[in-house]
Design a protein around this ligand. Structure first.
Ligand code: FES
Length: 97
């Protein structure tokens, strides 16, 4: 599995298990949050530039939060999704990296 976080300076390789948010934080990348990863604030949203199919499917609650915040299809709450297909390449970014 390769998970890359695209930042203004360079792409960062994320490792480990758990949610995308957890992997970002472990790599030293900040992730916005005001709900501590409970899936309520949507501040942790990331754009998935590649590898959406390798991520866990959003549940009803995540879909509701994404829709309520006007996010498009290629956006996920990083605190709610995990990489399931460990052979895939996933590329994510946010507006503040
Ligand atoms: S941290 Fe609040 S929804 Fe993910």
């Amino acid at each position: 599995m390769t998970v890359l976080a695209k930042t203004r300076l360079r792409d960062r390789v994320l490792s480990g298990h758990g949610t995308l948010m957890g992997q970002c934080l472990e790599a030293g990348l900040p992730v916005a949050s005001s709900c501590s990863g409970r899936g309520a604030c949507a501040r942790c949203a990331v754009s998935v530039l590649a590898g959406m199919e390798a991520l866990s499917k959003p549940d009803t609650h995540e879909l509701l939060v994404l829709a309520r915040n006007g996010y498009l299809e290629q956006v996920r709450l990083s605190c709610q999704c995990r990489v399931w297909d460990r052979s895939a390449m996933v590329l994510i970014t946010t507006g503040y990296w």
